[in-house]
Ligand binder design. Structure first.
Ligand code: ATP
Ligand code: LTN
Length: 336
C-alpha cells in the first residue's frame, strides 16, 4: 500500500513563486509515489483579518491553481479545510493538551503577531493566530499521514505536531502516526525580492517583494529585473554576503534543474543585467502555461466536482479517526 502524505496552503492571497518552489513542485513530483491529500487551509487564513469576497476568491483560485500547476485529481484528494469539520473538532481536543509555552515559542506566531501589531494600533491579535499550530497538527494527524511536504518555515510546526502525537499516544495508546516533514533540499526558503533576508510571503503588503503566480507576465519580468542584489557585480553563490543574488541563483537552479555551480560558471564575467534578464524569461516560461490552464479551470464545473469528491473522501477518513479519538478521551456517550 502507498504511504500517505498531506499538505495545505493558506488561502491568504495568491500563491507565490516561493509556495510553488517550496511546496507545490514537491506535491507534483510526489503524487505518483504516495497517496496524497492536498487542501486549501482557509481556516488558517482567517487567523489574520480577511475580507469575505477576497477570501472566497482566494479559496477558489488556490484550488484552480493546484490543478493548473499539475495536481492530478485522479490521484490526489483535493479539498477545502473548512468543508471537513473534523479538523476543527480534533484541533480543540489537541489544544487541550498543548502547552502555552510550546505555542509561545513558535516563530511564525512571533513574526505574524509582531507585524499585525505594527499595522494595528490596538494590537488586537486573534487567539487563533496563537493556537494555529494545534489546528495544523489536527490537519495532519486526522489522516494518518506519514509524510508532510512543506517549506523550511513549517519545520517548527511539524515538530510540535510530532510532540502532540506522541503525547496523545503515550496517554491513550497508539492512535496517531508520528509524521515526518519532507523539505526540499533546494528552494525550501525562497527569499523576498525586496528584502532578501526575509522569506517571500504571499501576504506581504509590498507587492514587489513576491512573484504571484497570477501576476501579469510583464510584471513578473519586471519584478525579477528589479530584485534587490548588491553592487559588486560578481556572480557568486554566497547567501550570507550576497543574499539577493544567491536567492535568484536558487530560483534559476530549481526551475531549470541545473546545478548552481554550473549556472555560476555560465554567467561568470557577465553583469547582473544579463543574468536577471535570462532568469526573468525562465520564470515567465514556467508560469505562462500555468496561467493559461488556470483561466479555463477557475469557472469550470470540474473544479466543483473535484472539491466535492475531495471533501467526501477526506470526511470519511477524518470521521473514522475523530470517533476513535473521542472514544479514547472519553467524550460523549460510550460507544462500542
Ligand atoms: P502567508 O504569507 O499567508 O503566511 P505564505 O506565503 O508564507 O503565506 P503558506 O500558506 O504559509 O505561505 O505556505 C504554504 C507552503 O509554502 C508551505 O509548505 C510553506 O512552507 C511553503 N512556503 C511558503 N513560503 C515559502 C518560501 N518563501 N519559500 C519556500 N517555501 C515556502
Ligand atoms: N501552516 C501551513 C499551512 C498548513 C499546513 C497544514 C501545511 C496548514 N495546515 C498541514 C502542511 C500540513 C503554512 O502556513 N504554510
Amino acid at each position: 500500500m502507498k504511504k500517505r502524505m498531506i499538505s495545505g496552503i493558506q488561502s491568504s492571497g495568491t500563491i507565490t513563486l516561493g509556495n510553488y518552489i517550496g511546496a507545490i513542485q514537491n506535491f507534483i513530483e510526489l503524487q505518483n509515489e504516495y497517496e496524497l491529500f492536498v487542501f486549501i487551509a482557509d481556516l488558517h487564513s482567517i487567523t489574520v483579518p480577511q475580507e469575505r469576497k477576497t477570501l472566497q476568491h482566494n479559496i477558489r483560485s488556490l484550488a484552480a491553481l493546484y490543478l493548473a500547476c499539475g495536481l492530478d485529481p485522479e490521484k490526489v484528494t483535493i479539498f477545502i479545510q473548512s468543508e471537513v469539520p473534523q479538523h476543527t473538532q480534533l484541533s480543540w481536543i489537541l489544544e487541550c493538551s498543548t502547552y502555552m509555552g510550546e505555542l509561545e515559542r513558535m516563530t511564525q506566531f512571533k513574526d505574524k503577531s509582531r507585524s499585525q501589531a505594527d499595522s494595528n494600533m490596538n494590537a488586537s491579535i486573534g487567539v487563533g493566530l496563537f493556537t494555529y499550530p494545534a489546528l495544523m497538527a489536527a490537519d495532519i494527524l486526522l489522516y494518518d499521514a506519514t509524510f508532510v511536504p512543506v517549506g523550511e518555515d513549517q519545520k517548527q510546526h511539524l515538530e510540535l505536531t510530532r510532540n502532540l502525537a506522541q503525547r496523545f499516544n503515550n496517554k491513550h495508546g497508539d492512535t496517531f502516526i508520528v509524521p515526518e516533514p519532507i523539505i526540499p533540499t533546494a528552494g525550501a526558503r525562497i527569499m523576498s525580492l525586496t528584502d532578501p533576508t526575509r522569506k517571500m510571503s504571499k501576504s506581504d503588503p509590498n507587492q514587489k517583494s513576491f512573484i504571484s503566480l497570477l501576476d501579469p507576465l510583464p510584471t513578473i519580468a519586471k519584478k525579477i529585473k528589479s530584485a534587490v542584489t548588491d553592487s559588486d557585480g560578481v556572480i557568486a553563490f554566497d547567501p550570507e554576503n550576497k543574499p539577493g543574488l544567491s536567492n535568484l541563483l536558487t530560483i534559476y537552479s530549481v526551475l531549470t534543474k541545473r546545478s548552481i555551480a554550473d549556472i555560476v560558471l555560465e554567467y561568470t564575467g557577465c553583469g547582473y543585467g544579463k543574468f536577471k534578464g535570462d532568469l526573468a524569461d525562465i520564470v515567465v516560461q514556467t508560469i505562462e502555461p500555468i496561467q493559461q490552464r488556470y483561466q479555463t479551470i477557475y469557472n469550470s464545473e470540474l473544479l466543483d466536482n473535484v472539491l466535492d469528491a475531495g471533501a467526501q473522501n477526506a470526511q470519511r477518513l477524518a470521521n473514522r479517526k475523530l470517533t476513535k479519538v473521542q472514544n479514547k478521551v472519553g467524550l460523549g456517550r460510550k460507544r462500542k
